[in-house]
Design a protein around this ligand. Structure first.
Ligand SMILES: [Zn+2]
Length: 283
């Protein structure tokens, strides 16, 4: 038999032995997992669906062992896996029958942690940035048949949001690069920053950013000589504000002229915004 045939047979064996997310209720001896996190999630998902709780009995670089949370009542359910040379994890010992009582399940679902909840919510948050907590609770219930507390659903939603869209700190850190790219592909777009220094923090602190696209600046002369100014709150971790000014064209359609985001709404920020508006747009 050629080396290629051997390789194909080996890959087939791995494929057959790999744990499959679509068959989450199948755990057995010799089953393979891509990594420890995948193994841990699979074991938790299985037991949540079985309405049982488990605890980690041993966890090291090469060994992962979980037992039934009610082992002291005589339940023998256990799974022991070890890391292979390929870095995959294989189940070496598995006793797959719980003989603890189902009705003693506490209902706290402590195995249903934020990580597992976020995995369920990722596709929903990808589809809709405004996926509500009530909808998160419903989605978790559809998958696991249990109702999680609002707080847990919120934390799962936050975790999923950060996986999909990154977190606030990283978003702010990438803002200068993003705006520079925006300016590069929209030549003569105006961008103004206000950053401050603090003796305790090495980085500069974001206070304010103004931007106006070149076509908006050029075309303002063709619109009605009236502007409307408003602001809105951008809630979540930071209560930042979005300032916006719009004009109206001859057909009565709204035309955005300039924007700013600021850390705090104050008279100074409004003054700065109106000064930049006068300097760059409404001349
Ligand atoms: Zn048990």
């Amino acid at each position: 038999m050629s080396d290629v045939d051997d390789l194909i047979r080996y890959l087939d064996e791995i494929q057959t032995a790999m744990w499959d997310k679509s068959r989450a209720m199948v755990l057995s001896k010799c089953i393979l997992f891509a990594d420890k996190a995948c193994l841990s999630r699979a074991v938790q998902m299985y037991n949540i669906k079985e309405c049982r709780e488990i605890v980690v009995n041993e966890s090291s670089q090469n060994i992962y062992k979980v037992i039934c949370h009610r082992w002291f009542t005589g339940c023998n359910w256990m799974l022991r896996a070890r890391k292979q040379k390929t870095n995959m994890w294989v189940v070496g010992k598995y006793i797959g029958t719980h003989n603890c009582e189902m009705d003693t399940f506490s209902g706290n679902y402590f195995n249903l942690n934020v990580d597992l909840i976020s995995l369920i919510l990722i596709p929903h948050i990808e589809a809709s940035i405004r996926y509500k907590i009530k909808e998160c609770i419903t989605s978790v219930h559809q998958v696991y048949g249990c109702t999680v507390a609002k707080r847990k659903a919120f934390l799962g939603s936050k975790c999923a949001f950060e996986i999909v869209y990154s977190n606030w700190d990283k978003s702010f850190a990438s803002l200068p690069r993003y705006m520079a790219t925006l300016q590069h592909f929209n030549p003569r777009t105006i961008i103004e920053w206000k950053l401050e220094r603090s003796p305790e923090i090495p980085e500069r602190i974001f206070m304010y950013m103004f931007w106006a696209f070149k076509p908006a600046i050029d075309d303002f002369v063709h619109y009605r000589p009236i502007i409307s100014i408003d602001d809105t709150h951008v809630y979540r971790k930071y209560d930042i504000k979005l300032l916006i000014v719009v004009a109206v064209d001859a057909n009565g359609s709204i035309f955005p002229l300039a924007f700013a985001i600021c850390a705090n709404e104050s008279q100074d920020m409004w003054t700065l915004f109106l000064n930049h508006l006068k300097e760059h747009v409404v001349r």
